[in-house]
Design a protein around this ligand. Structure first.
Ligand SMILES: NC(=O)c1ccc[n+]([C@@H]2O[C@H](COP(=O)([O-])OP(=O)(O)OC[C@H]3O[C@@H](n4cnc5c(N)ncnc54)[C@H](O)[C@@H]3O)[C@@H](O)[C@H]2O)c1
Length: 158
């Protein structure tokens, strides 16, 4: 196994994309996992792909606090979950230790340098004018990649 032996991880939105890929990688390192998502078939597919008895899936909406609490209380790998206080402390120390405030690809970071220019009143005025068109373009790009998260979530909720 590996460096995550005996450790327990809960992933929300774990059925696809980043959540699923993190789940695959953690599984390979030996972690026990609870994967939650709105998409039951995708969750089941991933659990079957991972196999073994180290993955528990829970159909739950991340916006539903009671469902999340129930997922965390599920008998199984999470029954030894840490307290909210310990979790928050771990997040805070992780965030403190980061060199950059926001994790993003390096190329995206380059645009940070443009922020003072973009937030100048004159630039903001132009940006506000262009925003509706820009947003439509971004939506179209995301949809063309099949990654229209809001449409997908809406469909799952029906
Ligand atoms: N992929 C990227 O490049 C990228 C970049 C920056 C931010 N993000 C953000 O990271 C998150 C994950 O991105 P992704 O690319 O893995 O998306 P994805 O669509 O592949 O995965 C999101 C997962 O969350 C689930 N989900 C959606 N709403 C839910 C809800 N209310 N409760 C439980 N599960 C829910 C979906 O069913 C899906 O399995 C998104 O919020 C996205 O906007 C992604």
């Amino acid at each position: 196994m590996g460096s995550m032996n005996g450790k327990v991880v809960l992933i929300t939105g774990g059925a696809s994309g980043i959540g699923a890929e993190v789940a695959r990688r953690l599984h390979a390192k030996g972690a026990n996992q609870v994967l939650t998502d709105l998409d039951g078939p995708a969750l089941a597919g991933l659990a079957a792909q991972l196999g073994g008895n180290r993955v528990l899936t829970v159909l739950a909406d991340v916006r539903d606090a009671a469902a999340m609490a129930a997922a965390a209380a599920t008998p199984g790998p999470l029954s030894n979950s840490t307290s909210v206080q310990e979790c928050a402390a771990a997040f805070v120390s992780g965030i403190e230790a980061r060199k950059r405030r926001v994790y993003c690809p390096r190329r995206v970071g380059l645009f940070r340098g443009l922020r003072p220019v973009v937030s100048m009143p004159v630039a903001e005025r132009d940006l506000r004018r262009a925003a509706p068109e820009l947003m439509e373009g971004l939506d179209a790009e995301a949809a063309a990649m099949g990654r229209n998260l809001s449409a997908r979530t809406e469909a799952l909720e029906k």
